[in-house]
Design a protein around this ligand. Structure first.
Ligand SMILES: O=C(O)CCC(=O)C(=O)O
Ligand SMILES: [Fe+2]
Length: 571
């Protein structure tokens, strides 16, 4: 049973900016509100309701002329269109932001000139209200002057026909969240039935306030705001034996369909929760879910984020315990205060970029017999990793090796370039976090192989290190996501080699069991991540992949067998 007495917040549009705080609370805590003083004449609302009533009286074959090829489910829905839609019938307009689309809706249904006037005026005004409400909601979160004019907007004109006493209490629209960014609902002010669910799982009746417009946040609002906006679950139940009308306007997504999180909502405390995706892909995913609610449908697009522990090199030995935990439990960590100048890191990235632009025949001159892939690994090296290209130096601790690397590839590189490569390599080689604290007991920890890696980030998931080189985990889905094309990911990797047994645990003052075995030739890897293009994932103890967000200014270090460190090619 619905609980009585709890009301949905009411926002007075004539009282801004005073209402901003209330709007912020409504949008982030309740997920919906009713708007008064919205500027849409009451007479127009009533006329549209009458027009809607007459549209549903049109012959079936006329109603079926309502189609919107550009949007999923964007057509006339007869009753029983969905298994639990026995009461529900609806028309759809896409894109209701476009007067031309509204007019073609009218023409397809052959409405009278008077009805056409009402419909066009109504959607013109309702869309205007949508733009105002979307920017106000966003402003309430602190972003001023945001416009949603470039977003698509779907309209749905709905009727629920309840014919018998037995219908009372039945569910006419099952519990769901809207897929939209924002929804404006002109609900039937005479017939209730809309219910929202609160944080405790209680259903609450939304009692229609005469003349008010109901607004709610949808799934795209949650994604765009990185979880700040609250997506309310709602449903419609039958309250009385009559026909209920409602009209919804749904602000869906930018016109190109690309949904991403607004950068202003991403920071170290609020890592990006969802991948970028295409709105229609989301709709398809959502349609597959038993319940169309964001928690289920968005699960696929959720990023598994792990904020890697950061070891502050300026704070050793106090950080040793943290380092021990990171090394023995997680196998990787970030390093801050590493003294590697940011400018050098940035220059190295540029140097790496220009290295990969050198003609292939010159790159192939980088032949190094000690490296298993011969020093230059072209994208064709393995069909399993077509986006991966790398150049290697062996041994990067040796200035002579770095120098010969530069001269081999010296098709055009300038001195600054050579200096940069040399500077980066030497730094990484001489001042690794291992330098002070991972003193090897009886073994030799020696900086060795360096790689400069380049990824043309497309459509697949790569693993580097030992085979398997490729895990095509989500490649299929990503392959539809053409906007991923052309992103290049650059990394510089320094591998510390080791040939003798390490008593690693002892060194860290921890249990020796796990690491008192040979760690093969790859002991420690220092990675300069691409700070603009994510993609590094680790596999946790449960076998789940977790995104490692690049932490600005830190170097990434991982232990030993690097088979668990993966490069995933989306950003
Ligand atoms: O008809 C109503 O009042 C609500 C409809 C709804 O929730 C929707 O179309 O998403
Ligand atoms: Fe809804």
């Amino acid at each position: 049973m619905a609980k009585e007495g709890i009301v949905v917040p009411v926002i007075d549009l004539a009282n801004f900016p005073a209402e901003l705080e209330k709007l912020a609370a409504a949008s982030t805590e309740v997920g919906c509100f009713q708007v008064i003083n919205h500027g849409i004449p009451v007479a127009l609302l009533a006329e549209m309701k009458e027009t809607a009533r007459s549209l549903f009286e049109l012959p079936e074959e006329v109603k079926r002329r309502n189609v919107n090829p550009n949007v999923i489910d964007g057509r006339y829905r007869p009753r029983n269109f969905e298994p639990n839609g026995k009461y529900h019938e609806s028309f759809s307009i896409y894109d209701a932001a476009l007067p031309s689309d509204v007019l073609s809706f009218c023409s397809a249904l052959d409405v009278s000139p008077q009805q056409r006037k009402v419909i066009t005026e109504y959607f013109g005004k309702l869309y205007g209200l949508m733009l105002v409400m979307a920017s106000k909601v966003v402003e309430s979160l602190g972003l001023v002057g945001r416009s949603f004019e470039e977003w698509s907007c779907q309209a749905r004109v709905m009727s629920y026909k309840f014919t018998s006493q037995e219908d009372i209490g039945c569910i006419a629209a099952p519990l769901h969240t809207d897929s939209s960014f924002l929804t404006i609902l002109h609900a039937d002010e005479c017939v209730g039935g809309l219910q929202i669910i609160d944080a405790n799982g209680n259903f609450i009746d939304v009692d229609p306030l005469p003349g008010a417009i109901f607004v709610n946040i949808g799934d795209m609002g949650k994604v765009w705001s990185n979880g700040r906006l609250y997506t309310v679950k709602h449903r419609v139940v039958c309250k009385e034996v009559t026909t209920r009308f409602s009209i919804g306007l749904f602000l869906l997504a930018p016109k190109d369909g690309n949904i991403g999180t607004e950068l202003a909502f991403i920071d170290a405390e609020h890592p990006k929760l969802y991948q970028n995706f295409i709105y229609n892909e989301y709709r398809k995913q959502r349609n597959k879910c038993e319940y169309k609610i964001s928690d289920l449908a968005l699960r696929v697009f959720k990023r598994r984020i792990y904020v890697v522990p950061v070891i502050d090199l300026a704070n050793l030995p106090a950080e040793l315990e943290k380092l021990a935990a990171a090394s023995t439990e997680l196998g990787c960590f970030g390093v801050s205060n590493h003294d590697m100048p940011m400018s050098l890191l940035a220059k190295m990235k540029e140097a790496a970029r220009s290295l990969f632009e050198i003609p292939a025949d010159v790159k192939l001159r980088n032949v190094i017999h000690n490296l298993e892939d011969g020093g230059y690994r072209p994208p064709t090296f393995s069909p399993k990793s077509p986006f991966y290209e790398s150049l290697g130096i062996y041994d990067a601790a040796s200035p002579a090796d770095v120098h010969s690397f530069c001269s081999t590839l010296d098709a055009s590189p300038q001195q600054w370039f050579r200096d940069t490569v040399k500077g980066t390599m030497q730094f990484l080689a001489s001042a690794p976090p291992a330098g002070d604290c991972l003193v090897v007991n009886g073994g030799v920890l020696r900086p060795g192989r360096a790689d400069i890696r380049w990824m043309n980030n497309r459509r697949t998931v790569l693993a580097w290190g030992r085979p398997p080189f490729i895990l095509n985990i989500e490649g299929k889905r990503l392959s539809q996501n053409s906007n991923l094309d052309g992103f290049r990911r650059m990394s510089v990797v320094l591998v510390f080699q080791h040939t003798q047994t390490l008593v690693f645990g002892k060194l860290l003052g921890a249990d020796t069991g796990r690491f008192s075995r040979p760690v093969y030739e790859r002991f420690l890897t220092v990675l300069q991540e691409d700070e603009c293009v994510g993609g590094l994932e680790i596999m946790d103890a449960n076998g789940n992949f977790i995104d490692m967000d690049p932490l600005p200014g830190t170097l990434f270090v991982n232990i030993g067998d690097i088979g668990k460190v993966l490069i995933k090619s989306y950003f």
